[in-house]
Design a binder for this molecule. Structure first.
Ligand SMILES: [Zn+2]
Length: 272
């Protein structure tokens, strides 16, 4: 969940180079047109349509990623010289992988188009998301790290239900986003943040009272707890990024006075 610059070799050069190879030149015009549309519509899955490659053409385009994906320029998108603070798609600290913003099964023409290859973690690439590449209705879709410049800012937080004995929560878009962006972010976080994220929230939540007590003592005021949470949020933002799992968690705690009070009670209730 962040804006990223385009990979260094974005553009038509990879298409032109590939089409110098035997048997490829017949695909060039249609392929270039598809790439131009991708850029014009900024990879928006509600605007970009499959280019219509079928049979052997579709298979050949689809397979390009299999032969190129593990080395060279594509490997460097996955693992840049300066590592990402967290997954650019979901904010986890998981391993480095790549996602096709528009899936290559449906859009084989974008299988190695750099603009369509976004760094993501293994969790983002897992089966939970499946073949989903856009939401149920306009404008819902995933954030596109190369085109959504607005995604550099804080986008989401966790929202807890107030009965803390049965910990229930969900990720939500921040209310101060423009309405259209808010719907996109809401779809993005609710689709990408799944089981692994839930486990991580439960771990964070259960260890937090003990960590807080070491900082603010055994009978803290809610003001003291809020200050400490604010410090932790700043640390998480600096270390893992403004939309990392940790940052979204802490932002959610701070946004809800009832939850802060519940946390204060938990610190006070810890055995001496
Ligand atoms: Zn991820």
């Amino acid at each position: 969940m962040r804006f990223l610059p385009f990979p260094p070799d974005a553009g038509d050069e990879i298409i032109r180079t590939q089409c110098l190879k035997p048997d490829w030149s017949g695909r060039e015009a249609q392929w270039l047109t598809a790439a131009a549309k991708y850029r014009r519509f900024r990879g928006n899955p509600w605007r970009v349509r499959p280019a219509g490659f079928v049979d052997a053409d579709a298979d050949a385009l689809f397979a390009l990623y299999d032969s190129r994906g593990r080395s060279g320029p594509i490997a460097r998108i996955r693992r840049p010289a300066v590592p990402f603070k967290s997954c650019p798609m979901c904010g986890s600290l998981g391993g480095r992988s790549l996602d096709h913003a528009l899936p290559r099964q449906r859009f084989p023409e974008f299988s190695i188009l750099r603009e369509n290859l976004v760094p993501a973690c293994e969790i983002c690439n897992s089966s939970e998301k499946g073949d989903t590449y856009r939401g149920p209705s306009r404008p819902t879709r995933f954030i596109h790290p190369y085109y959504d410049r607005w995604a550099s800012r804080a986008l989401w937080r966790i929202a807890f239900e107030h009965d803390l004995d049965v910990l229930r929560f969900e990720p939500v878009a921040l209310p101060d986003l423009l309405p259209r962006r808010r719907r996109i972010v809401d779809f993005h976080v609710k689709t990408l943040l799944g089981k692994d994220w839930r486990d991580s929230v439960r771990r964070e939540w259960s260890s937090l009272p003990g960590k807080l007590r070491r900082r603010v003592g055994s009978a803290p005021t809610s003001a003291a707890v809020r200050v400490e949470l604010g410090v932790r949020l700043q640390d998480a933002t600096d270390t893992y990024g403004v939309n990392s799992w940790d940052a979204g968690f802490l932002r959610g705690l701070l946004a809800d006075p009832v939850i802060v009070e519940g946390l204060v009670d938990r610190v006070r209730a810890l055995p001496a």
